[in-house]
Design a protein around this ligand. Sequence first.
Ligand code: UT7
Length: 331
Amino acid sequence: MSMRRSLLIGCGSYLPERILSNAELAKKIDTSHEWIVQRTGIHQRHVAADGELTSDLALAASRRALEAARIGVDEIDLIIVATTTPDDTFPATATKVQAGLGAVRGAAFDVQAVCAGFVYALAVADNFIKAGQSNTALVIGAETFTRILDWQDRSTCVLFGDGAGAVVLRGYEGSGDPSDHGILSTHLHSDGRERDILYVDGGPSSTGTTGHVKMVGKEVYRHAVSKLGSVIEEALAANGLTAEDVDWLVPHQANRRIIDSMANRMKLPTEKVICCIDRHANTSAASVPLALTEAVQDGRITQGDLVLFEAIGGGLAWGAGLVRMGYPDLA
Ligand code: UT7
């Protein structure tokens, strides 16, 4: 049966130059490199320079993704930026990326699903493409998350970093079979009853301030392990696949222990799990496309590979997606 699908034809990423090590943090707050590494796997994080905005990171990642996909800006008819740290309250950061690229066709808007943002944006773009409303989409996860941290709160400020990753999707008439290329399916969930375990204590309508991240880490951890486990099973079952069919797990990079727990549950060997939390920390919506790009660029992920994405964050909002990489004729 023929079915319209989204091919993932290119990706790119950008990390700000400045690196902040655990040792530097330990000079300012009551923490240690050992504690951070043991509890999270994080060694360092990138931090945007003064005046370097989320849109700057998003734009740099987008240019690289377009180059990798070998397509021109004029072909883009949808730009979605997943971000929790937009440049401004409005307009959408995506419109700044659109202007920066010189793109004029179609729509540009932001998606807010915190750390699950990229998976959400991917699902939105995939559905636009499936519905025939768009043909070529730029999907970006970009954050200057360090700007919303309370640098006195050691339970949160050691965990996050800044960065951006982008992918290009393109409409294609596929077979509808899991062996075929493109996004096989996406699966989104949220549970607003758990809003209070991970939130920011500010906003334009509530306080008129930007606010800072607050988290009940242990609770989020507990939900992450069970909810990510379920949504992975849901994604595999929806396509008649098993964990053995997955070539690569590209997980949200929030905690090395959560990543390991997903890999164990799927019985995936560590070498099939893309992990960059040691260098990037948790970059929220940027974490999945950053990890994906790293593994594509170093040659681990190649044409025809089946890749499983998953992420969870504030909301709670979580999701997963299964993608067979590349173009059908090159596989
Ligand atoms: O991307 C969004 C999704 N977010 C997540 O998935 C995060 C999920 N949660 C986690 O990753 C973990 O819960 C954390 C890494 C945030 C915390 O690890 P934990 O093993 O749950 O530690 P904890 O919060 O229970 O804290 C253990 C101890 C506490 O001390 P006491 O009460 O046992 O004396 C904390 O005060 O560690 C202390 N602590 C620290 N010590 C040194 C908390 N933060 C720090 C720190 N340095 N930075």
